[in-house]
Design a binder for this molecule. Sequence first.
Ligand code: PA5
Length: 489
Amino acid sequence: MDRTLRYDPSAARQRLEPELWERVEPQLLAARQDVIADVVLWNSGGPVPESKQPLDAGFIELPMRLLDDCRQRGPLSLAGRIETVAARLREAVDRFVVLGIGGSYMGARALFEALCHRYHNELPRDRRSGVPRVYFEGNNLDNDTLSDLLALLADSDRRTDFQSVRPGDDAAAGRTGSPSCGVEDRWAMAVISKSGGTLETAAAFRLLRRALEAECGPDSDEVRQRIVPVTGETGRLRDLAVARGYSDVFPIPDGVGGRFSVLTAVGLLPAAVMGLDVVALLQGAADMTERFANDPFGDNPVLDYVAVCHLFEKHHGMKIRLFSTWGARLEALGLWYDQLLSESLGKQERGATPITVVNTRDLHSRGQQHQEGRRDKLITNVFVQSPSRAPLALPAFDSDEDRLNQHAGKTLPQFLSAAFEGTNRAYAADRRPTADIVLPKLDEYALGQLFQMLMLATVVEGRLIGVNPYGQPGVEAYKRNMTEILSQA
Ligand code: PA5
C-alpha cells in the first residue's frame, strides 16, 4: 500500500487564473531557496542578520538527524532514551499527565486523539496494552478542571483532601511510599515548557508536584522518577530539574520554536508513553522534507499548498482558511495547525485566519455558512482513505420504520465518502474552491508527513510574504500585563 500523503489542488486550480499559478512559481522557488539557506545559516552557527531574527530553522532537518542518531547509537540516542523512559513509565504508572501549553502541548494532544483508542482512558489496563491513561493540563488557568484532575489522581479511599496537605504533615507522612499502592494507583507527569517560565504550566506543575510529593515523600526517588521535565537548555524549569535531581530530563533544542517542536521530546515523549511508533513519525517527517527540497513545483505538496493558499488570499480575498477534517479524530490536529498558522503569520496586520472544521459534524453547524456565506474562505479537506478499524456495515432489519434498509450492507466509510464527494460537488457548483490533503491511513507515518508539510508550508509562506514566521512577539503583551497585575494584587 502506498503510504504517501497526497495534496490534490485540482478543484481549486479550476477557480484560479492559470497565469497566477505560473507567476507564483519563481517566487515560491525563491522562498524555498530562502528556507534552505536558513537551514545552512542555522547549521553554520554564524551570526544571524537582524532581519532574520529570531531564526528557528532547526525543525527542518531535525527528523533526519534524530533518525541517524537512532540508527547509530540505538538505545543511547534521543529516540532510544525516550523509548526507555516511556517503557519505564508505562510499567510503573496507570495515569500520565502532560503539562504544557501552546506548542508545548498541542502536538501531543493531536497524536493522542488521532492515534489512540477513542475511549482510551475508559479502557481497563489490559485493553490499553499497559499504556497509562493520558490527561492534558497546564494549558489554562482553570481552577475547576485542575481541581477535578487532582481529585481524580488522589486515591479516593486514602487521599481525600490532599489539596490542603503540605509535605511533612502527618497525613502526608502516613501515605509516603504506601506499600499497598499498586500500579493502578500510581501516576506520573511530563512537565513541558521550553522557556520554563510559562505561568499556566508552572502553576499547574506546582500543584501537581505538591500532590505527588505528599503521596510519595518530597525527596523520594519515586518522585524523581515520576516527574519528567522537557525543557530548553536554560531557564527556571531546567534549574528546578537540576536542583530536584529528576532522573530524566529531555531537551527542547535551541533553534526549534515551540509550535515547531512536535517532533522533539515535546511530542515524542508523550507519543512513546502512548505506545506510538516514534521512528515512523520521524520517518514521515524526514520523507516530507526530502519531497519539499527536491520535488518540482506542481508536484510538491508544500509548495503547491502554499501557492493555492497564497493566491486565493491575495487575488480572491480568501483570508479565512478552513482546515476541513473528515472523521472525528483530526480535530486536535486542526487546533495544532490553528496555532501554527496564527502565531507564525499573524503579524504586521497580516496572515490568514485558520478555522478547524470537523465533518460531517460541522456540516450541521458551520456548513450553511461555508456553502452560502461570504466568499472569503478557502477550504482544505483532510481526508483519510482507509479507516483503522474494520468497516461497520449497516444491518438490515425486518421492520424498516427508519427506511434505512435501502442502504443495508453499505459501510460507514462509504457514507463518509459520499458526504465528502457530495459536499465538494456542492462547493464546486457554487464556484467555491477546495483542495484535498489525502492520507492513505491514519498512522504515525502519515501524521509525521502532515506535521512536517504544514510546518514547512508555514515557513515558506512567511518568507514569501515577508513575515518572519518564527517568534511570537504579540503573545508577550498579555504576559507582561498579567505579571504586573498579579504583582499588585
Ligand atoms: O509557539 C510557541 O513558541 C508558543 O506557543 C509556546 O509553545 C507556548 O507559549 C509555550 O511556551 P513554553 O514552552 O515556553 O512554556
